[in-house]
Design a protein around this ligand. Sequence first.
Ligand code: PRP
Ligand code: URA
Length: 203
Amino acid sequence: MDHPLIQHKISILRNETTGTNEFRKLVEEIARLEGYEALRDLPLEYEETKTPITTTLTPYIAGKKLCLVPILRAGLGMVEGLLSLCPTAKVGFIGMYRDEETKIPHEYYCKIPSPIEQRTIVCLDPMLATGGSACDAIEDIKKRGGKKIKFLCIIAAPEGLRKVTKEHPDVTFYVGHLDEKLNDNAYIVPGLGDAGDRIYGTK
Ligand code: PRP
Ligand code: URA
């Protein structure tokens, strides 16, 4: 997403001297900006509204609305940004961590609102590295009946983006910045380090 505000904020996120408080606020702000763009195709329906002057047909968001699904932990940092746009959205959670040796994701928690079939699902995770976590999370959402899925990340590696778009061509991916590559440790280069640790001040 080439919006200058998003690019500027991502640069501050990357800076190793950016502290936890500022990092957390920026993740939320970037999520809000990405969400604004990603929700541009939400369907509208017209209802009568009485203004102080007259009665007229005006547009409202139609039908069963949204479900946000952050991938824990780092995806949690994006939730408030989206909720500030859509305060009535339901929120599900998928808990996942990458094994530090194998880099394979392991799911430890999943709670998705039901029924989910009619909702637009917005999956949130700031980092898409090998793409393993995103693929597993999307598969899980689909198994539970999820159909219309969007995935928002802040930084992606080309390797990971290739994998997820190949395995889930029906999902729309919104990427704040596409970085150069993964390093030998499957971290994104130049990236921003470990997003979860930087949002929550852990090491
Ligand atoms: C990070 C990140 C993604 C995942 C991306 O989570 O938030 O979920 O790694 O890597 P992948 O594309 O190679 O699967 P991490 O495992 O560090 O867990 P955390 O959010 O709890 O810190
Ligand atoms: N997870 C992160 O938080 N950062 C990376 O660069 C890769 C995976």
